[in-house]
Design a protein around this ligand. Structure first.
Ligand code: DUC
Ligand code: ZN
Ligand code: ZN
Ligand code: ZN
Length: 484
């Protein structure tokens, strides 16, 4: 059984050309003119692009006293409806829980996925067990990225010494650290001050996490990664200060990547002020939405290449869940949705406005992250042999975003009322047509785990926990003994 996508224009991160695509056994088997197949999909007037990859989702995640409401079924259905064919979720050990234990919990949740998926592992505490299990996670479980929370003090946060030790371990394993960069100590301090002054509403969430706390933590993480000799991926870059730190690091030759979210590119801080409680609380996420100066900086980063990937941090809570924080903004579950809307919104605000070329759109929604996570060209490419994760994109198709028609399980959409032009006609996940001209044909359980090899050569001999934690003599070569 073969499927052929006919009469479309292929758009990849570097090429635009007219050709048909044949798919067999879930992979692309031929690209060329006038192909015939058992099933034919008409792509006249459409662009045939690598399906989107969202490298930052939290599906069914235990967080802030509850669970995020989209699970691997509804989350991946939303993804496919919007042209995204793969998600990378975070396996999140609770403090004290082993990495392998958390990983098997995540494997159980994801059996219902409609599209392929992978995981980043989160380092939420530090100790010999984490150190040991890291090697197993990388070498036997196909995970080469590890997330560190510099915020959420008393819950998920790791300190600088722990981060430095973890980064050194990742270096010898050929894995890459990710950071949620906000100064958690200062956020906790500002939260208490705001509450003490009677600022209990959702707008205080924004005041408690100013751009400076993100800029400081981003700079710090970059320096720690540099001292440990590892590359660094900074998730949800939301402000100019963080973007500038990344841009400077890249200009200095450091391998640092920044990931803005579609929410921060499209929505601003006015969503929190002079709005009813539910409206503002539904938009509480960390980092919070910023003003136009920051949005302009993020767009400039995408246009110039100093920011590499657009994600969602999809972490959806119902209005009822958000109301846990009535009377205390620090208890509002942090997170917003976006999986279904990322690609149409970025096309509308990026390609249709002339800020991004179509090829750049493919790069920042799919190809760049496939390369960073070491799964290119299996994912992120239209090439013979690549997985047939494809979106047939109709640039003329329009809609107004609304919770009434979304796939996500929650009762609202933070982009309600936004008009988009540019939507999928077909979305294919390993050859299966999951979205067919507006009709949802997803298959629960079709999705498979994608294992990813370490990115860089692994050092010949790994250190032991004892070696890593042993006191070391600090060498101060270059400092004259006289102190002159
Ligand atoms: N930020 C959110 O808003 N939600 C999930 C975790 C995070 O860092
Ligand atoms: Zn985060
Ligand atoms: Zn996140
Ligand atoms: Zn809009």
């Amino acid at each position: 059984m073969s499927t052929v996508i006919r009469n479309g224009t292929i758009v990849t991160a570097d090429l635009t050309y007219k050709a048909d695509v044949r798919i067999e056994d879930g992979r692309i088997s031929e690209i060329g003119p006038n192909l015939k197949g058992d099933e034919e999909l008409d792509a006249t007037g459409c662009y045939v692009m690598p399906g989107g990859i969202d490298p930052h989702t939290h599906l069914e995640m235990p967080f802030m006293g509850t669970y995020s409401s989209d699970d691997f079924e509804s989350g991946t259905r939303a993804a496919l409806a919007g042209g995204t064919t793969m998600v990378v979720d975070f396996a999140l050990p609770s403090p004290g829980q082993g990495l392998l234990d958390a990983l098997s919990m995540w494997h159980n949740k994801s059996t219902r996925a409609n599209c392929d998926y992978s995981y980043h592992m989160a380092v939420t505490w530090w100790g010999e067990q984490v150190f040991d299990e890291m090697a197993t996670v990388v070498r036997e479980h196909g995970i080469n990225t590890f997330k560190h929370f510099m915020a959420y003090k008393g819950a998920l946060m790791v300190n600088d010494d722990e981060m430095f030790a973890s980064f050194q371990r990742l270096r010898e394993l050929g894995a890459i650290p990710l950071v949620h960069a906000e100064n958690g100590d200062i956020v906790a301090d500002l939260q208490q001050k705001l509450l003490a002054e009677g600022n209990t509403g959702p707008e205080a969430h924004a005041y408690s996490r100013p751009p400076e706390v993100e800029g400081e933590a981003t700079n710090r993480a970059i320096m720690i990664a540099d001292m440990a000799g590892v590359p660094l991926y900074v998730v949800h870059v939301s402000c100019e200060e963080a973007h500038e730190a990344i841009r400077r690091a890249r200009a200095a030759g450091k391998r640092v990547w920044g990931e803005p979210l579609i929410q921060h590119l499209v929505l601003d801080e006015s969503e929190y002020f002079d709005k009813d409680w539910d409206h503002a609380a539904r938009r509480v996420m960390s980092p919070p939405f910023r003003n136009k100066r920051h949005q302009d900086s993020l767009w400039a980063g995408l246009m110039s290449g100093s920011l590499s990937v657009v994600a969602t941090d999809h972490c959806a809570f119902t209005t009822e869940q958000k109301r846990y924080g009535v009377g205390d903004f620090t208890k509002i579950p942090n997170g917003t949705g976006g999986l279904e809307d990322r690609m149409p919104l970025l096309w509308t605000h990026g390609v249709n406005t002339g800020r991004l070329t179509m090829n750049e759109f493919v790069a920042v929604t799919s190809t760049n992250i496939a390369k960073i996570l070491n799964m290119y060209p299996r994912k992120g490419a239209i090439m013979v042999g690549s997985d047939a994760d494809i979106v047939v994109w109709d640039p003329q198709k329009e809609k107004t975003i609304s919770a009434a028609t979304q796939q996500s399980a929650i009762d609202y959409n933070v982009f309600e009322g936004h008009h988009v032009k540019g939507l999928p006609r077909f979305t294919l996940t390993r050859g299966q047509v999951a979205i067919h001209d507006g009709e949802v044909r997803t298959q629960e359980g079709h999705g498979q785990f994608v294992a990813r090899e370490p990115n860089m050569p692994v050092t010949a001999a790994l250190s032991t926990w004892k070696e890593l934690t042993a006191p070391r003599k600090v060498e101060r070569s270059g400092i004259p003994a006289s102190g002159v």
